[in-house]
Write a protein that binds this ligand. Structure first.
Ligand SMILES: *Cc1c(COP(=O)(O)O)cnc(C)c1O
Length: 461
């Protein structure tokens, strides 16, 4: 029988060479607290009548595992086997290696964030981003903030504070989280003037609403839904023409802002910032971490006079990007200058351009490696979504590996979420689906091993 009296004292742990290595990393205080907590668990188990092994090596091993789970970082690597490349809960787009390296260097060294190295004088952190954004989109000027929600508020404040912005009722979107256009509009201090109906808004509806209070016309990309059937939307071009006639600026909230045309991946229907600029929109705004495939950011491109006004707003300071984001974004945008390079280096674009053939071959390979008498393995053809409020209907043809067993699929998926790295899979009709599209090559071995280890034995056997 295990007895509380036989438990080793705290200091015995703290003298052990294995634990001393942890003390180096985490500090004496944290490790001591963890030893106490661990001994508390063991004591509790004994008090409840359990008889845990009190063998020193067993205890040491368990304590190390306890430290591993209780003092590690919260944020860790996740293998995304859901097939959704832009998964907001998984951090949207993974960065290109070179972009992540740029952020790493900006993070652990000093950088010329706001200094001109030629003159030694102060410069703007926006300048390098502005240059590359203007080249990519043909805009006169550009600026970058924390995310597209912040960009929307800044644009509305600069262009329509205490005045009206005309928006179609079919475009009053909610993105998720708390981004609802009417609420963002209220927060910004601009007044929403809704026109048209949910499914139909004609150019005449906008024109009738124009009055002395009107400050701007706004088009919002319905990025995460589509209205089907008896519908009519006013094109950006028509809005711009109307704006010219009445000397009103036009705002284009593009949301996902694809710089490489998704049509070239067989995906259509996303607005391109360069097209909005060419058509004559005053400003277009989009996220850095959706189809751009970079870090979280809100990008505003447009006329110099508006960008200057936006940059003078004190709120700009509250939502500015830090050096790591700017370094990663600059690098990502530089990759976009060469479409072939962008496709090769930006993981999101690589994932979107994977063909059904390629995915089928990978799924067949995984299926072979996952053969096991405990379950049935089938490669199957199915559909996936891009995610992240982009291309809501562009269901990508995809191949997945389906695993069926007597054990509940939900438990299998839960165990996988607890693996290291964590693995996220889909469950469909109690089958575990593993989708190769968003899994990196170097994650495959871990994935295969973890799937085998995470299988829960069926309950009634
Ligand atoms: C995603 C999206 C936003 C919000 O962008 P964040 O970068 O997530 O803040 C705004 N507008 C549209 C149309 C969007 O699709």
């Amino acid at each position: 029988m295990a007895s509380i009296r036989d438990l080793p004292p705290v200091h015995r742990f703290l003298q052990d060479p294995t634990i001393l290595a942890w003390v180096e990393k985490l500090g004496q205080k944290v490790v001591t607290e963890q030893v106490r907590a661990f001994l508390g668990h063991v004591r509790g188990e004994i008090q409840r009548g359990g008889s845990p092994s009190l063998d020193w090596n067993d205890l040491l091993g368990q304590f190390c595992a306890h430290l591993e789970t209780n003092s590690g970082r919260h944020f860790r690597e996740v293998i995304n086997a859901t097939g959704i490349p832009l998964h907001t809960n998984l951090g949207r787009s993974p960065l290109a290696e070179s972009a992540a390296r740029a952020a790493y260097l900006a993070g652990c060294r000093y950088t010329n964030l706001e200094i001109d190295l030629d003159s030694g004088l102060r410069s703007s952190r926006q300048k390098p981003l502005r240059e590359v954004l203007c080249r990519l989109t043909g805009a006169e000027s550009a600026t970058v903030v924390n995310n597209c929600a912040a960009a929307t508020i800044l644009v509305l404040r600069a262009m329509a504070l205490n005045r009206e912005v005309i928006v179609s009722r079919g475009q009053l979107i909610e993105i998720g989280g708390s981004f609802r256009l009417p609420e963002i509009m209220a927060t910004s201090g601009a007044q929403l003037r809704e026109v048209g109906s949910t499914n139909i808004t004609r150019i005449g509806d906008y024109e009738k609403a124009i009055g002395p209070q009107t400050a701007a016309l706004m088009r919002v990309h319905t990025s995460n839904f589509r209205i089907r059937g008896f519908t009519q939307e006013t094109s950006l071009e028509e809005l711009i023409e109307l704006g010219r006639k009445h000397s009103l600026p036009v705002i284009d909230d593009a949301g996902s802002g694809a710089i490489q045309d998704p049509a070239s991946f067989g995906l259509a229907g996303e607005p391109l910032p360069q097209e909005a600029m060419k058509a004559g929109a005053d400003v277009t705004l989009f996220s850095g971490d959706k189809l751009v495939g970079g870090p979280q950011a809100g990008i505003i491109c447009g006329r110099r006079s508006w960008i200057e006004k936006i940059e003078k707003d004190p709120f700009m300071r509250a939502v500015r990007c830090d050096k790591m984001t700017l370094a990663a974004l600059e690098e990502t945008l530089k990759l976009h200058q060469d479409p072939a390079l962008a496709r090769r280096e930006i993981p999101l674009l690589r994932m979107l351009s994977r063909s059904a053939e390629e995915l089928r071959a990978i799924a067949l390979g995984w299926a072979t490696r996952l053969q096991d008498p405990r379950w049935k393995v089938e490669p199957i053809e199915t559909h996936a979504f891009v995610g992240g409020g982009s291309l809501p209907e562009e269901r990508l043809v995809t191949w997945v590996v389906a695993l069926t067993s007597d054990a509940p699929g939900e438990t299998w998926a839960k165990n996988l979420r607890g693996s290291r790295p964590a693995i996220l899979a889909r469950i469909e009709k109690d089958r575990l689906l593993l989708d190769p599209r968003a899994v990196f090559e170097d994650q495959v071995n871990t994935l295969v091993e973890s799937v085998k280890q995470a299988w829960p034995a069926p309950l009634n056997r």
